[in-house]
Design a protein around this ligand. Structure first.
Ligand code: HPA
Length: 280
């Protein structure tokens, strides 16, 4: 008699990530060791890819597509720093009225496609006043303050989802190429509005170094699905109370677009260092 777990029908979110994986595999996306999710304004990175193939989101029935300016909503296949990659340019967010399962459907599909490691990128507010816009922050851990979880019951562990070994190599690479990169804790909030100064003071007291509205659900789901996870926040602005009072999404996009080039250089350089770790 088969074990009960193997008899269990796939739950709907799992069926949907499986359906997305099948669609992606049919477009040649299987067998790539590295996946990247690009945050707001970072889409320009795909221009630097070798052997580029773009799959418009509209051609993937099961891919939830963003409704936010600055997010293209497409999947790009290519090679970065010698490593075959699959890239999502334009994620969906919980604040777009999406469920945690929709937000994480792509990363769960990646595990089914044989991807080994996932790099999540995002735009964030900096809680350290000295950090200039454009500074990168490699996440060591996060605070999930979104009030939602993408995990199934019994899934997940109590460890940080972020991979120390891959993060350390990223840090070494940044240092060698004089790219400003810090390490610290990201607070993931629901949004869609930016925080108040009092909220930022509270987040600092909780131990956060950056704040944003994405990443935590994807990191938790990807790790639970067996991927090695790295996340890189790009500090777009000082958080509320630490800089100018007003902040518009366009201001964030401006910094991010200017940072895409440095991100591309960093990833091209770290590719050869990461490659041996992605084949085991
Ligand atoms: N807060 C939240 N999310 C953000 C910010 C911010 O200050 N900047 C870019 N994304």
């Amino acid at each position: 008699m088969p074990a009960v777990s193997s008899m269990r029908a796939l739950e709907r979110p799992e069926r949907e990530s499986e359906a997305l994986a099948e669609e992606l595999a049919a477009r040649g996306a299987a067998g790539r060791p590295l996946a990247i999710v690009l945050g707001s304004g970072l889409g320009g990175l795909v221009e630097r890819l070798a052997v580029r193939c773009v799959i418009p989101g509209a051609e993937l029935e099961h891919l939830p597509r963003p409704r936010v300016q600055g997010h293209a909503g497409e999947i790009v296949l290519g090679e970065l720093g010698g490593v075959p990659v699959i890239i999502q340019s334009g994620r969906v967010h919980l604040y777009e009225d999406r469920s945690p399962f929709e937000v994480t459907r792509f990363v769960r599909a990646l595990a089914r496609l044989g991807v080994r490691a996932l790099l999540l990128t995002n735009a964030a507010g900096g809680l350290v006043a000295q950090w200039a816009p454009g500074t990168f922050l490699c996440l060591t851990d996060h605070l999930n303050l979104q009030g939602r979880s993408p995990l199934f019951r019994g899934e997940g562990s109590r460890a940080s989802p972020y991979d120390e070994e891959l993060g350390a190599l990223l840090e070494q690479t940044a240092r060698a190429h004089h790219i400003a990169l810090e390490r610290g804790v990201y607070a993931g909030l629901l949004g869609p509005s930016y925080e108040t100064p009092a909220e930022i003071r509270a987040l600092r007291a909780l131990g956060a170094h950056a704040v944003g509205m994405s990443t935590v659900a994807e990191a938790n789901a990807a790790r639970a699905a067996g991927l090695r996870v790295v996340a890189l926040a790009c500090i777009a602005n000082p958080a509320a109370g630490l800089g100018v009072e007003s902040l518009r999404h366009e201001d964030v996009l401006w910094v991010m677009r200017r940072s895409a080039e440095r991100l591309a250089v960093l990833l091209e350089r770290v590719g050869p260092a990461w490659a041996p770790l992605l084949s085991r």
